[in-house]
Design a protein around this ligand. Sequence first.
Ligand code: SAM
Length: 257
Amino acid sequence: MWDPQQYEHFRDARKRPFFELLARVPVAAPGLVADLGCGTGDLTLTLAQRWPGARVSGVDSSEPMIAEALRRPAPERVRFELADLARWQPSAPLDVLVSNAALHWLPDHAALLSRLVGLIAPGGVLAFQVPANFEEPSHRRIDEVRALPRFSPALASVRRGHAESLAFYEAHLARLGLAVDAWETVYLHVLPGEDAVLQWLLGTTLRPVLAALGLGEDQVFLDILRPLLRQDYPAAPHGTPFLFRRRFVVAVRQPSS
Ligand SMILES: C[S@@+](CC[C@H](N)C(=O)[O-])C[C@H]1O[C@@H](n2cnc3c(N)ncnc32)[C@H](O)[C@@H]1O
């Protein structure tokens, strides 16, 4: 379902939130670090560079993404695994659990976060970033096309991504005894190329939708979506401006808990 090359297309814009998240992680020398939903693994490797004494696990449920990650030269202490992050278990409690742009694909964030906190050692950190763009024109247009009678039966079981509010994340993690630093950033990307917003969406949001439609129908879907996106995101001579909202959470488990 995932296409590493399409995902890499806007790499710089997608990397920046990862580094802005990691800049707030207050850990000097962790022993065990995990990157859940690690994708192609390039950002996982930066965790190993930042913490030269850490063992680092990159976990992803997509075979093409993990295959791409495994192709990267990596030190022995970095491991990539094909697994569902909702079920994955580390070999020992984690000092840092990072998840960048992945948790929005999973349901029930209260239960999910409770589980992830249970994987962290006392004094350890949970750091995640989720896109929160689901009410923007790009996503509304996808919903509009999804709802057409031609597509809706095939797409009924395809989940839409979701993010909870910052207040929700803070309250839930504080109840679990963590100290929370949470914020939201809206990026104004100026995307190069033709049908740039569609190209961006093809790297992420549209993957499960197109996979469920299958060959042929996926092109019909895109032919309907393309002009709607051109209308909402007209290209300027210097590129296509595209607003993108993201939520960030860095939560520290109390050393005694
Ligand atoms: C938008 S990509 C982000 C990849 C990487 N974290 C980055 O920032 O470049 C989302 C990744 O989450 C993975 N993913 C989605 N649901 C998952 C799950 N239940 N378990 C593990 N990985 C998952 C996808 O396969 C995909 O590689």
